[in-house]
Structure formats: structure tokens, C-alpha cells
Design a protein around this ligand. Structure first.
Ligand code: RAM
Length: 363
């Protein structure tokens, strides 16, 4: 199968180049499923499977971000496979307020489950608890909400593993010393903040003692704001050696700025990016020598299978429970760092000049 061959090739390149395992991602989806969702606060898309059976909602962080669209496509695809109805909602802005409105609407509609990529760790708690009180199964995906607001978190990759992977990239690209900066999404995004904390923890090791984190800037996962924030970092820190953007929107904006301003020799870029958006910028002599990500389609798929397992009662979100996520195979629920529970999709993949072209049409 072409899909398998592609996966094996990627795994081989990964292991050889960066010693990162492939784990569950070896089933990476070859082509994103077609998305039908619409954007905007008052709009939603529904996809009904053949046999019917359950209404599973997904609320992403915000509209207009291809990462969220790919995640939604995976979610829809798996809900269809399960014979259910998928409701996809993309808030207009990456704020808790927009998400609270959507949660309340979905509760009124009487959905069976809500999966949410939280724009705030704590602020969604009253709305999500009200949903759970009505029997709706609530999980978080991509960006966590606190343990009292969810039954389980579908985490794309281990938080500490992402922190270590990114810090090692910063160390390598800086040549071991100097100033570096983080270009994040919103200041309230739980996934971004968890990764930034993980990076800071890793940086305490003496191996990183010659690195100086100059600033954490926030582009709010808006392209233009991320461009402006990158330009400001460049101006403020003339000796800046590395920018690490753990957001697909931020890394693309930063890559464009570095390339347009002919700074690719002076400042190196790494972080988390979509191969489809970063193909022109990844390579040794380009803005971003290498970067990481996981398959966002698989993140959406696992979120759908998790919702369905919660709704059927196969799992409750407790540590040690196992379930089969369709063709993705078996997953086990483990303890999350915040005292709640999670399942992890797989380790981060590295993308570099050698494999970016293979992956740019996948996601
Ligand atoms: C952006 C979003 C998303 C994050 C990815 C890596 O698209 O911030 O939440 O997981 O980047």
C-alpha cells in the first residue's frame, strides 16, 4: 500500500536523521479528508454517517487555521466511519468567550459529546461542567482544559517530549549559545503554555546554560500579528540566533519574514509547522533547517474515537482503560501531568529537506 510505503520511508528517514520513533503515526493518513465545515461563530457543519448513531461535536480553537481544519477533517472522517453525526464548530476568534457560547449552544442542542481544543485552561470550566451534568461526554483535544472540566485529554504528543525536542533543536541551531525567542500563539492557550513551561524546565540543565531566552512573543495564531511580532523581535534583539515557534501559524509567518528580510543566515527558525505550509521554507540554506509536527488528521480521528468510546461507556477516562480506535489501533489511558488523564497520539515527527516534499501534500 502506498500509504504504508510512505510511512516506512518517513520512519526510516526520521530514525536515521533524528532518532525519533514513529510510534502510532506509522498509520499516518495519506490525504486529508475533504472538509465541509464552514467558518464563523454562528455556522456549523454536520456530517451524518450511513447508519446514524450519536452526535459528536468538535470545537476547535479558531477559524481560518489549516491545522484546525485538518484536525476537523480527521474527526469528521472517523465519525462517519462510526455511523454518527459530526458537528464541527470553529470560533471566529481564539477566545474562551466564543467557545463558551458554542458549548452552551451544543448543550441546548443535546449532543452526545463535546471535544474541545481549549482557548483557556480554566475559563471553560462552568460551561463544560454544565455539559457533563447533562450527561454529555466532554474531552479536550490539542489544547487542554483543567482536569475538572474534562473526562480525558487527547494529547497529540507527550508534553515533556515536545519540550525536549524543541530545546534540542534550539541548542543545535544556535550553535550552543546566544539569545533565542519564542513566538507563541495566544497567551492563554494551554498547549502553548505547557510546551513553553516544558522547554523552560529542560533549559535548566547545564547543557543549555549558554542560551538566553530573550522573550516570549504572542502572535495569537493570527498570521499578520505573527509577522509583526517577528519583525519586533528582530528589531529588539540584533543578536538573536534562533526563533522557536511552536505554532503552525507563527512558524509560517516567521519563515516569511526571515526570508523576505534576507536574514536566513543570521537567524534560524524551528518549531511546529505544517509541511504543506512550510515546504518552501524548510532546508539547510532556508529559514527553517528542520521542524516538527504530528499528523493533525490523526489527532482529529483519535478525538472522534475517544468521544465514541466515552459515549458508548467503553471508557470513562480512568487510568489504565484501553480501547480500540478503529484502524488506529489500541490506546491506553495514562496519567496527565495536571492530575487528570490523557491519551497520546504519538511522538513528534521531524521534517527536513530530505522528507518535506513527500509530506507537503499529506498535511
Ligand atoms: C497551531 C495551534 C495548535 C497547535 C499547532 C501546533 O495551529 O496553536 O493548537 O497544536 O499550532
Amino acid at each position: 500500500m502506498k500509504k504504508k510505503v510512505l510511512s516506512v520511508l518517513l520512519c526510516t528517514a526520521m530514525v536515521a536523521a533524528l532518532l525519533v520513533g514513529c510510534g502510532n503515526n506509522e498509520e499516518a493518513t495519506e490525504q486529508p479528508a475533504e472538509t465541509t465545515e464552514t467558518e464563523g461563530e454562528s455556522e456549523a457543519a454536520e456530517t451524518t454517517g450511513e447508519t446514524g448513531g450519536g452526535t459528536y461535536a468538535l470545537i476547535t480553537k479558531a477559524a481560518g487555521n489549516p491545522y484546525n481544519e485538518k484536525k476537523a477533517a480527521g474527526f469528521e472522517e472517523s465519525v462517519k466511519e462510526l455511523g454518527g453525526t459530526a458537528i464541527i464548530r470553529h470560533p471566529e476568534k481564539a477566545t474562551a468567550e466564543d467557545q463558551i457560547t458554542m458549548i452552551n449552544e451544543l448543550v441546548a442542542q443535546g449532543v452526545d459529546s463535546i471535544a474541545i481544543a481549549g482557548n483557556d485552561f480554566d475559563a471553560l470550566q462552568p460551561a463544560l461542567r454544565a455539559a457533563m451534568d447533562k450527561g454529555i461526554k466532554v474531552s479536550s483535544v490539542d489544547s487542554n482544559v483543567n482536569k475538572d472540566s474534562r473526562m480525558i485529554f487527547v494529547n497529540q504528543a507527550g508534553t515533556d517530549q515536545i519540550g525536549e525536542t524543541l530545546m534540542d533543536a534550539v541548542l543545535d541551531l544556535s550553535g550552543g549559545e546566544g539569545q533565542w525567542a519564542i513566538l507563541s500563539a495566544t497567551s492563554q492557550a494551554a498547549n502553548q503554555n505547557a510546551w513553553i513551561e516544558a522547554m523552560k524546565k529542560v533549559m535548566e540543565d547545564s547543557k543549555y546554560s549558554k542560551l538566553e531566552l530573550a522573550e516570549v512573543a504572542y502572535g495569537d495564531d493570527e498570521y499578520q500579528k505573527s509577522v509583526t511580532q517577528t519583525q519586533a523581535l528582530i528589531q529588539k534583539y540584533p543578536d538573536l540566533k534562533v526563533i522557536c515557534a511552536p505554532t503552525t501559524v507563527g512558524i509560517m509567518a516567521a519563515a516569511k519574514v526571515l526570508q523576505d528580510e534576507n536574514l536566513t543566515d543570521q537567524i534560524k527558525l524551528t518549531g511546529l509547522g505544517l509541511p504543506s505550509e512550510m515546504a518552501d521554507y524548510v532546508g539547510e540554506d532556508k529559514a527553517c533547517p528542520y521542524m516538527y509536527l504530528w499528523n493533525p488528521i490523526d489527532v482529529g480521528r483519535l478525538s472522534a474515537f475517544t468521544s465514541a468510546a466515552l459515549v458508548s461507556g467503553e471508557i470513562t477516562g480512568a487510568i489504565g482503560e484501553k480501547f480500540t480506535a478503529g484502524s488506529m489501533g489500541e490506546y491506553e489511558i495514562v496519567a496527565a501531568a495536571d492530575g487528570g488523564t490523557e491519551i497520546i497520539v504519538g511522538p513528534p515527527f521531524a521534517f527536513n529537506a530530505a522528507n518535506i516534499d513527500e509530506w507537503k501534500s499529506v498535511y
